[in-house]
Design a protein around this ligand. Sequence first.
Ligand SMILES: [Zn+2]
Length: 642
Amino acid sequence: MRYSLIILFALLFVIPVFSQIHIVDVPKANYKERIIKAVNEIQIIDTHEHLATEESRLQIGKKIDFTYLFRHYAKEDLISAANITNKGLIEIIYKNDFPLLDRWELLKPFYRAMRTTGYGRIPLIAARDLYGVPDISDSTVELLTLRMQAANKPGLYENILKEKARIDLSIMDMGRNNFDKKFYRHVERFDNFLLISSASEIIDIGKQFDIKINSLDDYNFALRKAFLAGIDFGMVGIKSTLAYKRILKFKNTSKEKAEKVFKSLLEKSKVKSEDVKIIQDYLIHKLLDLVDEFDLPIQIHTGLQAGNGNTITNSNPTHLVNLFFEYPNVKFILFHASYPYGGELGTLAKNFPNVFIDMCWSYVISPSYSKRYLHEWIETVPANKIMAFGGDYDFVEAVYAHSVMARQIIADVLIEKVRDRYLTESEAIDIAKMILRENALRIFKLDSSLNPMVNLKVLNKPGPLHDWWEIRKTNEGFIKNWKVIGVFDYGIGLNQIYPPENEIQYLKNYNGKGGIVKWETENTLPTGYLNFISIFSKRNTEINPKAKGIAYAYAEIKSPNNRKVKIALGSNDGAKVWINNKVVYNIHAGRGAVPDQDIITVEFKKGINKILVKVENIGASWGLYLRIVDPKKELETIQFND
Ligand SMILES: [Zn+2]
């Protein structure tokens, strides 16, 4: 009793806290109508669809009937509702050799059960808005069918996607099809390269690319060839649905380990399923190397899987964290609002500059979940990282109906945020434009003028910022091949002296953190990023490279004469640099690495110049960018081989 009194009191005090803090002025009259109008007028860039071409849709001809609106996700809820005692029944509903009204009688009890789910609302919205039939009932299914048959003719897609749904472009996940560019762009999947379990599958994949696969190197080459073909075909990103098959936790495995399993697969010996995972873990890294090299975004399925019966915990987006660390330049787009892991998703997208939210499919999974998390994400995640619409359907009526839900929920959220004086009306409308259109155009590089840096006047007028920009806008001069040693104990950080500061001896062993360490040759990612997390997690699985530590990287540059040279570097965290044994840079800082964080001028002598960089890790990500500004290309980086 005493406790319930305390709880009652606590509630009385807590309730006011739930209401929003007031940041901006009270909105002007009729703001709701204006926000709704603005959201409705946006030409959407739809980030995810599975549509067949209009041509193949029209082939159904007069056989189309009202049950077509119950395809795809609605069918999954019908199966879920019909449960095991009525197995097979749901299939009959779609077979038009049975009489229409009889099938409606079969559907009715289950429709009653699922018509209120998000999936179940889609046929209703489509019937109402596209076919002028106010409900789906005994008296309307025949009329609905007649109207659908009448509409099933050329121009259907133009009418539904462009005019009704006001979708400018949809990004299609249907492989390499001959898409009409007026409607679509496309992404491709390479999961089949990863999901191999036999020699014949490997050989078949090789055949598709005219490569005889005898080793993992051959296979990597086939993957590269497939990827390049996708680029030639105009793919704007890649898509992965591995969460349907396995957990999204991908370890950083050495090539040697993967090669071993790959060989036994090729030799047709029995391979355990855990061992197949080793190849997959290795190959996802190879795939991400390509994604990184060609600067394409990757869409990853997270959260709820389609179909009936799946392992939800496999698809928790937090499993992917190590990849976010290892590929800081790759844009990871996490799909489906990660239902039900919306809190985790928001945290990841807030924390990692390379993680983006995609709400495709989410409004039909749950309108209120979408609303709740959009509310939260507007408060937690920069608005240029949220893409708020992908229909994720295989028929156009549902894409339209889903877009109706999405626009309404987005408008609702924005109206509430303006009402609660968290956003101004113009901020709200600005967010809508970003999340429904601009972000997708920018992230998939569909419109280059949306890169905010391109038109910045301040970068183009003479001055130090312009000089920096001249360096920054090229991708040249990065040292991409280093000798690397580590991990050493952090000690007193950049002031803790280790042997590489006194001698560079490639063949010598030294005492490091968790055992012996030695110099090894390492290449950066294509962007020039030397990723110590990837390097050290491959070298020694016993230590955690995300903890505190010290590493050294060493390179040599040949110069034709004595000269002053500009070096641009970025490091995570702080760094100390020696040129020919002289300290030229020493900054202790907790920071993320970006190229050209600092630009220094140093003296190079004629002949070989030694660059030693010591990089500290005070936690989490760890890496280095370093490039030599050499516009006339007179300097030569000495290449290290193993
Ligand atoms: Zn999909």
